[in-house]
Design a protein. Structure first.
Length: 279
């Protein structure tokens, strides 16, 4: 008798995952950005490596982590054995970081039966659950179908218009130091600055030791920067941690959510700011 599961919330606990490891349609994705495969590395049993940088980004784009085409996403997802009826739980090695990008990409391409593992691999280890040596997936092909949903991703022209006309609340997930031009950008040669008319909510404000804060605390954090019915666009350095804010916003009941794919790396490269007063 088959035991398929449906995911009703965008996050699940490590306890929940441990209790559902044997579900027939469960696929666990490791969304860690930098991944090495050697005897010293461990993973959650049967996890499959979701390579954000090389397989699930448009590597021909001038900017990092650019959203791939639907055909590329579908091809790579099928190689991981992902099916239309799969239930996907995604984690990373930092707690909640790049796993949120995987969650958001799957949602953007029309797949909703997906959740982020709250606390990620550190929380799994802390709970003493079983691990195995890292390995590459060598199973069968899936039947996943990718259909890019409108408005999930925003691009440079969208941000220019939305910033000028203030039609959306643009929320930046970078640290306050970077947002306020007190700290340099980690990418060499990228100028300091902010998208005009944007506000700051560092993604780290939603986390405590790599675990998402309570829904009440998440709602408080968003209440400081946006009204419940505001249309929201999330930005960051390169489109990764903006998805942590998107995850938190969904949990907090916001409905009109999108991510600026190129984020500050693109915007800061394609615009010239006031170098004396960059913010």
């Amino acid at each position: 008798m088959s035991s398929n599961i449906s995911l009703t919330t965008p996050i699940v606990s490590v306890k929940w995952l441990q209790e559902h490891l044997n579900a027939d349609n469960l696929i666990i994705l490791d969304g860690t950005i930098v991944k090495s495969f050697d005897a010293l590395q461990q993973q959650i049993p049967n996890a499959r490596f979701f390579d954000i940088k090389l397989k699930f980004s448009d590597t021909s784009d001038a900017f990092p982590s650019a959203c791939p085409t639907a055909s590329q996403f579908q091809k790579e997802a099928r190689k991981l054995g992902i099916n239309q009826n799969s239930a996907i739980v995604v984690y990373d090695d930092k707690g909640i970081y790049s796993s949120a990008r995987v969650w958001y990409l799957l949602r953007a391409f029309g797949f909703n039966n997906v959740a982020v593992l709250n606390g990620g691999f550190p929380e799994w280890l802390k709970s003493g659950y079983a691990t195995e040596d890292t390995n590459l997936y060598e199973g069968g092909m899936g039947d996943f179908e990718a259909n890019l949903q409108p408005n999930f991703m925003k691009f440079f022209d969208d941000i220019e218009a939305n910033s000028k006309n203030e039609t959306h609340k643009i929320i930046d997930a970078r640290s306050s130091g970077r947002f306020n031009c007190k700290e340099p950008e980690p990418k060499a040669g990228l100028r300091m600055g902010t998208v005009p008319n944007s506000v700051n909510l560092p993604f780290t404000d939603l986390l405590e030791a790599g675990v998402l804060k309570s829904k009440k605390d998440l709602a408080k954090a968003f209440y400081m920067v946006a009204e419940q019915d505001d249309p929201l666009i999330f930005s960051c350095g390169s489109g990764i941690t903006a998805c942590v804010l998107a995850l938190g916003a969904e949990l907090s009941g916001y409905k009109d959510i999108s991510v600026y794919d190129g984020s500050w790396t693109e915007y800061g490269s394609l615009t010239t700011g006031d170098m004396e007063n960059p913010c």
